[in-house]
Unconditional design. Structure first.
Length: 106
């Protein structure tokens, strides 16, 4: 169950990074709404990470959490923020995913 909580925490990490990216693009009320989304996702991510590490080793949970957040942020950036896609970028994201899977398996 705590692995599921950790995965959800990683998704919320992607969420708060995505909200920061959207805050760059807007102003006025939209800026504050994306800021509220940032704070919500940040809070949920940290609370869920803290819950997950009650039973999971921090040396595994933290890298998995950041890996999920990093991969999710890159994917969201490519799809919604029109960030560049290159072979090298996709190659290193793939190696990051393989590393996260390797940490979970060990």
């Amino acid at each position: 169950m705590n692995w599921i909580i950790l995965i959800i925490a990683g998704l919320f990490e992607s969420g708060f990074a995505f909200c920061l990216g959207k805050m760059k693009e807007v102003s006025g009320t939209a800026y504050w709404l994306w800021g509220a989304g940032f704070l919500f996702c940040l809070t949920m991510s940290m609370v869920l990470l803290a819950k997950a590490v009650q039973t999971l080793p921090i040396g595994t949970a933290y890298p998995v959490w950041t890996g999920i957040g990093a991969v999710g942020t890159v994917v969201l950036g490519i799809i919604f923020l029109h960030e560049p896609v290159s072979f090298m970028r996709l190659f290193f994201i793939t190696t990051l995913i393989a590393s996260v899977i390797g940490l979970k398996m060990s």
